[in-house]
Design a binder for this molecule. Structure first.
Ligand SMILES: [Zn+2]
Length: 109
């Protein structure tokens, strides 16, 4: 008699932060949420990782999930203290190149 055991096999990729966890600026979403990580593919049986397959070092963005292979000669810019997303700066920062325009003054005709 044949007994069928349902089991699931997969090779998911797991990303684990590693090394210096300085916040870096993501080239795609411009948030200071990039960190260096190790991306490793596992052979998985019934959702239990059994055998590590291959691994590589990547830069990973925690917000937009962008992954960039670590390559010599390029690394994301380090976020300086007080770094703000450029869009947030534009939205909440002081207005630039805007004259004083009180909205309650009606133009005279
Ligand atoms: Zn991003």
């Amino acid at each position: 008699m044949l007994i069928l055991i349902p089991f699931a096999v997969g090779c998911p990729t797991k990303v684990k932060p590693e090394g210096n966890q300085e916040a870096r600026i993501c080239p795609r979403c411009h948030n200071a949420a990039m960190f260096s990580a190790k991306s490793r593919t596992w052979f998985e049986l019934c959702f239990v990782p059994l055998i590590p397959m291959n691994s590589k070092h990547v830069w990973m963005c925690g917000i937009c999930q962008l992954q960039v292979n670590v390559q010599p000669g390029w690394e994301p810019q380090i976020a300086q203290p007080g770094y703000q997303h450029p869009q947030l700066q534009a939205q909440y920062g002081p207005p630039q190149n805007v004259g004083y325009q009180p909205s309650y003054v009606q133009p005279r005709k």
